[in-house]
Write a protein that binds this ligand. Structure first.
Ligand code: BTN
Length: 264
């Protein structure tokens, strides 16, 4: 058996119902993003390539964070190339937000009564707790390739997790009050991602309108850490180019990268 095809049914489903052209599925891997980066220059791998694992032993988050996930979560990466993405380098902050927007739309489709929000740049919150993290990485070469890693809490209920974790994280099944089909969630998410990425090229204002609709931080006091220090102020929304607008005591700042350290 193909060493990368732990789940053959899943592979066939993804090839049949989504835009992905290659699927690698693993029972266990260190990190799907690390695997995507390792095969980025392999010309025999047709893009978009989906790398999915039941378990990660060294899942990575943004900044120096690790990504822990238990059984029932969706953990996967997409390796995309220029022909699909079709966006110039300068617009990658928008792509990052677009991924979060696609996740928001998908979660809302499955949980219409849930309060779904996008925390800039691409965390997804459900009923005020984090349900999804996104790690977008741009390999140095070949130019025009990008790795989108997504960890989405689907069936890994946090209801029996320690209180501290329950305050900050949630799974989709905790709101649905029943298990969901991770395969169906993944098909919807990939289709929504393809739709939103196409819109970003053809009608970007529609995508911007959607990410503004989901904006969790609007009007809140935020502190964003980045390489030159931290910026504190009131979030004024998300600009067309994907920057978080923060009204500070020194004036309005456009923030393109960094980690939101706190918000109230
Ligand atoms: C974050 O919230 O800091 C981002 C978390 C991203 C986690 C996903 S899980 C699949 C992919 N592989 C990784 O190692 N990380 C991303």
């Amino acid at each position: 058996m193909d060493p990368f095809t732990h789940n053959r049914d899943l592979r066939n489903l993804m090839l049949r119902e989504t835009f992905v052209r290659t699927v690698e599925s693993y029972e266990e891997i260190d990190s799907t993003n690390t695997r995507a980066l390792a095969i980025v220059g392999d010309v025999s791998v047709e893009h978009p390539c989906l790398i999915i694992a039941d378990r990660q032993t060294a899942g990575r988050g943004r900044g120096a964070n690790r990504w822990w996930s238990s059984e029932g979560s969706l953990t996967f990466s997409l390796l995309l190339s220029h022909d699909i993405r079709g966006l110039p380098l300068a617009r990658w902050p928008e792509l990052s937000l677009t991924v979060g927007t696609a996740v928001c739309e998908t979660v809302r489709t499955f949980l219409p009564a849930g309060d779904v929000r996008l925390k800039w740049p691409n965390d997804v919150f459900l009923n005020n707790r984090k349900t999804c993290g996104v790690l977008v990485e741009v390999p140095p070469a070949p130019q025009g390739t990008i790795v989108i890693g997504i960890g989405l809490n689907v069936n890994n209920s946090l209801q029996r997790a320690p209180e501290e974790l329950r305050q900050t994280a949630i799974a989709m099944c905790d709101v649905a009050d029943q298990p969901l089909s991770p395969d169906r969630v993944l098909v919807s998410l990939l289709n929504e991602l393809e739709r939103q990425m196409k819109l970003l090229q053809k009608a970007p204002d529609q995508v911007r309108e959607t990410w503004r609709k989901f904006d969790l931080l609007l009007g809140r006091n935020v502190t964003v850490g980045h390489e030159h220090g931290a910026i504190t102020g009131t979030a004024q929304g998300i600009d067309d180019d994907g920057a978080l607008l923060i009204q500070t005591q020194a004036g309005l700042r456009n923030v393109y990268g960094g980690v939101v350290q706190s918000f109230d």
